[in-house]
Write a protein that binds this ligand. Structure first.
Ligand SMILES: *Cc1c(COP(=O)(O)O)cnc(C)c1O
Length: 220
């Protein structure tokens, strides 16, 4: 993507009150530097060690977003520097992040990932699992975690009505959690949804963070 196309995409996203996460998984540090040079500072990765290697080699003003399924034994690689973990899908994962964030003396920002698609391969909580996580004594005791919103992935389909329904469902989950658990917390403000093929629908349905890879970097 050239500078002009990048600016057009970024303006489209920002004019709707959202921010662009450039998903750089599998892409080289040289590829990332090109997009950095266009002004992008938030990048998304889905493998912990890959993200660590890129963090070590790239400018320190990059904000690294972890967007993939995170195994507990990999949390230690990213806890010192990660900007936002989009993909918290269990209390046990959250407990591991709490532990590693504590070791670094950090408060780590996270999103709760919800399962909103049809596909059985996707990870995520349902609303009742999220409620039991939020009401658990283990969560209430955490001092190194800040939950900043929700994340989800729609079904990979051409059916835009279906995608729209799934995004609207995630936005409804966000509003419910906001009202019941985070009403006084301005930091609970994010709905992370939308990828290259469905980000326009996500923006229409209230996304605040869109995660776009192939439209920027080309096919993987
Ligand atoms: C790869 C990925 C994206 C970006 O997908 P594109 O189709 O390349 O835009 C977004 N979110 C998650 C969780 C991903 O794994």
């Amino acid at each position: 993507m050239n500078q002009e196309a990048f600016e057009k995409l970024n303006n489209e996203i920002e004019s709707q009150g959202a921010s662009l996460i450039a998903v750089s998984k599998t892409k080289s540090v040289e590829d990332i530097l090109k997009v950095y040079g266009m002004g992008q500072r938030m990048f998304g990765e889905n493998k912990a060690q890959e993200m660590l290697h890129k963090y070590q080699q790239l400018p320190k003003d990059i904000q690294w977003h972890f967007i993939g399924h995170l195994q507990r034994n990999k949390v230690k690689y990213i806890a010192p520097f990660v900007s936002l973990i989009h993909s918290v899908d269990s209390l046990s994962l959250l407990m591991e992040i709490e532990k590693e964030a504590g070791k670094c003396g950090r408060v780590v920002d996270v999103l709760l990932q919800f399962f909103i698609a049809d596909e059985t391969t996707k990870f995520g909580l349902d609303i009742s699992e999220a409620i039991s996580l939020l009401e658990s004594p283990a969560f209430k005791a955490m001092k190194h975690i800040r939950i900043c919103g929700v994340m989800g992935m729609a079904t990979n389909t051409e059916n835009s009505l279906k995608i729209k329904g799934e995004f609207a469902g995630l936005a409804a989950i966000y509003r419910k959690l906001k009202t019941v658990y985070f009403n006084d917390e301005d930091s609970f403000c994010h709905i992370s949804m939308g990828m290259s093929h469905d980000y326009k629908l996500a923006l229409k349905n209230g996304a605040t963070l869109v995660r776009i890879g192939s439209a920027i970097f080309g096919e993987r």
